[in-house]
Design a protein around this ligand. Structure first.
Ligand code: PMP
Length: 389
């Protein structure tokens, strides 16, 4: 049976996902995986007593539970973003936030600008709307200001999508200077900012994480957060905070999508936040992940020394490793897999074709023990050295 005549144009053009193929191998018990972006379940708090939360059986509000929306207001206020609960939409993870926002603003003739590289599942969402995704050169400080100015003038984009803190995949964290410059440019050009901030609590250094959304003065903005990296990703709970003009539209799209986010999950997260245990929990996570980050830094330095290039991320879950020139990330994936180590080539994180795309690996330290990180990087180094000669 053929169904291609039934599919929308964007769905016909969906590419096979390299990530899916790669992650399929991580199910095997003898594989050491640095490939997935999963948090470590050993740090997830025990579930609260669900019987105390059963007041969540009936349908709820599309915008989300008021108690959780109030918590989000205080959480983002702590980050310097002042808002009212009315402007908070609870979503099924920030992934759904991206979907709802895309449905709201992207037509098939729209262009959206992203960092290069960027979060691949955001690009999938943008492309499903039929939109053109245009990447903009980025460095360790964030998106290049000059390149952004040029791209805005050239493409007249609907929005700029940024992950300023501990980005997936590159791990970069924008300097405060870059944040201010980008905010000023978006104000000058009146371009919508979509700011995606799921990793900010996984912070291992003193860095200024002021949301760019709090720095823009006149440009419209949408800010997304998530409970996936610090609490329970399986509950699929995140949020979009918007400047007031967007609020009623976002709620209507959410209503059309799935009526509302499941109430039990929202109640569980609210319950945890109300318990007062959140700050200590985040501090514990930071300590544990910092050790893993340091273990990966040490392993890369010890085993791969001057052969690869990387910047040590000040937070998040990922090292973005540039391979010795001429080496293919896909070939390394295949060869390392023979030695039971799984790594993720950087290719799918490039929204536009680039001569650089096959030259990076994204290595996640989040779910592996420091000992296993060292073992896996040692194997990776052996493979790389073998392929160089
Ligand atoms: N944005 C980025 C940058 C991510 O890395 C992820 C998860 N990998 C998400 C959004 C989606 O997170 P969730 O839907 O679990 O909140």
């Amino acid at each position: 049976m053929t169904i291609s005549h039934l599919l929308t144009h964007p769905c016909k053009n969906m590419e096979a996902s390299l990530v899916r193929e790669v992650l399929h191998y991580s199910q095997q018990p003898d594989i050491l995986s640095l490939a997935g972006g999963l948090p470590d379940e050993r740090f997830m708090p025990a579930y609260p007593d669900l019987n105390a939360l059963v007041d969540s059986r009936q349908y709820g509000a599309s915008e989300g539970e008021n108690s959780l929306r109030d918590h989000v207001v205080s959480i983002v206020a702590g980050r310097g973003l002042t808002t009212a609960a009315d402007n908070v939409l609870i979503t099924n993870g920030s992934q759904q936030g991206l979907d709802i926002v895309s449905r709201l603003i992207l037509d098939s003739d729209s262009t959206i600008l992203t960092e290069q590289p960027t979060y691949l599942a955001a690009c999938q969402v943008f492309k499903l709307q039929g939109a053109k995704v245009q990447d903009v050169v980025s460095d360790a400080q964030g998106m290049s200001l000059e390149a952004l100015r040029e791209a805005i003038d050239l493409y007249n984009p609907k929005a700029v999508y940024l992950i300023p803190n501990f980005q997936n995949p590159a791990g970069h964290c924008y300097s405060i200077q870059r944040r201010k410059e980008i905010a000023a440019l978006l104000d000058e050009k009146n371009v919508l900012l979509i700011e995606d901030d799921p990793y900010r609590e996984l912070c291992y250094e003193e860095v200024d994480l002021t949301p760019i959304s709090s720095l823009v003065k006149t440009a419209p903005w949408l800010y997304m957060g998530s409970f996936s990296k610090v609490l329970w990703p399986g509950l699929r709970t995140g949020y979009v905070v918007s400047c007031a003009v967007f609020t009623s539209y976002l709620i209507k799209v959410k209503q059309a999508s799935d009526l509302h986010t499941n109430r039990l999950g929202q109640a569980m997260i609210s319950h945890f936040l109300s318990s007062g245990a959140y700050p200590a929990h985040v501090a514990k996570l930071q300590e544990a992940y910092r050790q893993k980050r340091d273990a990966m830094m040490a392993a890369l330095n010890t085993h791969l020394g001057d052969l690869v290039e990387f910047t040590v991320p000040s937070g998040g879950m990922f090292f973005w490793v540039k391979l010795p020139s001429g080496l293919s990330s896909k070939l390394i994936l295949e060869e390392a897999l023979k030695e039971k180590v799984l790594v993720l080539p950087g290719i799918p994180f490039f929204p536009c074709k680039s001569p650089l795309e096959d030259s990076f690996l994204r290595l996640s330290f989040a779910r592996v023990s420091p000992d296993d990180i060292n073992k896996a990087v040692a194997v990776l180094a052996k493979v790389i050295k073998r392929l160089i000669v």
